[in-house]
Design a protein around this ligand. Structure first.
Ligand code: SF4
Length: 411
């Protein structure tokens, strides 16, 4: 009996899809299953999910089609009204074993995600087609940024106890994974709901101490306002913690940051970058920035653009603002659609130029590269590197000899 997964959105969804693959395989019934794990961050992500559902029904008329993920959690009826769909599962229900055993459950099986208090480690052994493993440490979010629907889809912040994370990482390393990425919705709020309130830095240090066989640990998005002292210490002292931080910046202008209800201002972001560089000179930064947030003028946008150079951002993720139903920002005066697209293009161009400069600066340096697919992988600073004759999953120390387009060549 086959289980096919179509996953949209973030690393957390990727992790949960692997957990569902395992639950659905263990709970096997006679009917093949197609699971569409949706994302609600943009209107485009939802459109693509509906398209994938229609295609799945055409291609797999015999399969049970289950739709889950944030878009299904927030708007279950929207998917339930599609004739192609057999069941809609909420983000909590999708990780319950009983949802996959053929035990009859309602066609719309979605509970109020705000009532969910716990999040357990759903042990995953394997990531289909990946040499880097994602590990969920936290779920949900207690913040309410004005543009964001994620709390509506994932509920309030809940952390996986340290022991559960350690067990999960040990399992993946035993299965040959050499790099793990700690992921969640707002990982810098890790531990606020656990006894003793261990912060993210404490988790990182205990994990590296308890799993000495793990060669590389990477972190997903960090809120610059919530980096704790132990995480700074880990950055300075733990060579296995990769010198690559992805910051959830969102904008460069203080006025926009306030209207987004972010917890940091531009000067805080600058201070974070300076402190990180003083503790770990080889660190590189990525960041999420939204283009065209409501009320953003050309001058306010220029503050986001200039942030790329001021912080030396090299791995830039640009999001054209997408009004999401139920968010305060959707009710604010909107920037014209054309300007949103145009600003996103300018930000991407600035990001691409910074990335090229970063790659040029890597030539002549040595790097350790995790080989992910045939002959390609990423360095500790997350530069894409081509290495001939290397095995998938191998970590190899190389010398960067040249740049070829958006990749580096190594010997
Ligand atoms: S911190 Fe803000 S942007 Fe991030 S998930 Fe929470 S509400 Fe959304």
């Amino acid at each position: 009996m086959s289980v096919d997964l179509i996953t949209f959105g973030c690393r957390l969804n990727t992790y949960e899809s692997e957990a569902m693959r395992r639950l659905a395989t263990e709970g096997a019934t006679d009917q093949p299953v197609v699971i569409i794990n949706t994302c609600a961050v943009t209107a485009e992500a939802e459109r693509q999910a509906r398209q994938a559902i229609r295609r799945a029904r055409r291609e797999r008329p015999d399969a049970r089609i289950v739709v889950t993920g944030c878009a299904a959690q927030i708007n279950p009826d929207r998917f339930a009204e599609m004739a192609e769909v057999d069941q809609v599962l909420g983000n909590h229900e999708k990780l319950l074993a009983e949802s996959w055993t053929g035990t009859p459950t309602p066609r719309i099986h979605v509970t109020d995600i705000m009532t969910v208090r716990e999040t357990a480690a759903h042990l995953v052994d394997h990531f289909d087609g990946r040499a880097r493993a994602f590990v969920q440490v936290q779920q949900g979010c207690d913040h309410r940024c004005t543009f964001c629907v994620i709390p509506l889809g994932r509920g309030n912040s809940r952390s996986v106890p340290v022991g559960g994370v350690v067990e999960q990482v040990r399992r993946l390393v035993a299965n040959g994974y050499r790099e793990v990425v700690l992921t969640g919705v707002d990982i810098t709020s890790y531990g606020s709901d656990l006894p003793g309130q261990p912060r993210l830095g404490n988790l990182v240090r205990r994990l590296l101490a308890l799993v000495p066989e793990l060669p590389r640990l990477r972190l997903s998005s960090l809120d610059p306002a919530e980096i704790d002292e132990e995480l700074w210490q880990a950055l300075a002292e733990e060579p296995r913690l990769m010198p690559h931080w992805h910051l959830s910046l969102q904008a460069g202008a203080d006025l926009i940051l306030k209207r987004m209800k972010r917890r940091h201002l531009r000067a805080d972001a600058v201070r974070v970058a300076e402190r990180a560089r003083s503790l770990r000179p080889d660190i590189v930064f990525g960041a999420d920035i939204i283009a065209g947030f409501p009320t953003e003028t050309e001058a306010l946008f220029a503050d986001s653009l200039s942030l790329v150079a001021e912080l030396g951002l090299v791995h830039l993720h640009v999001f054209p603002y997408s009004p999401r139903p139920g968010t305060p920002a959707a009710k604010m005066p909107q920037v014209a659609g054309g300007a949103v697209k145009e600003r996103a293009a300018r930000l991407r161009a600035a990001g691409a130029a910074a990335f090229q400069r970063f790659l040029d600066g890597e030539v002549g340096r040595s790097a350790t590269v995790l080989v992910e697919r045939e002959h390609t992988g990423h360095s500790e600073r997350f530069a894409p590197v081509i290495i001939t004759g290397a095995m998938e999953g191998e970590v190899r120390t190389v010398r960067i000899t040249a740049r070829s387009g958006d990749q580096l060549l190594a010997a």
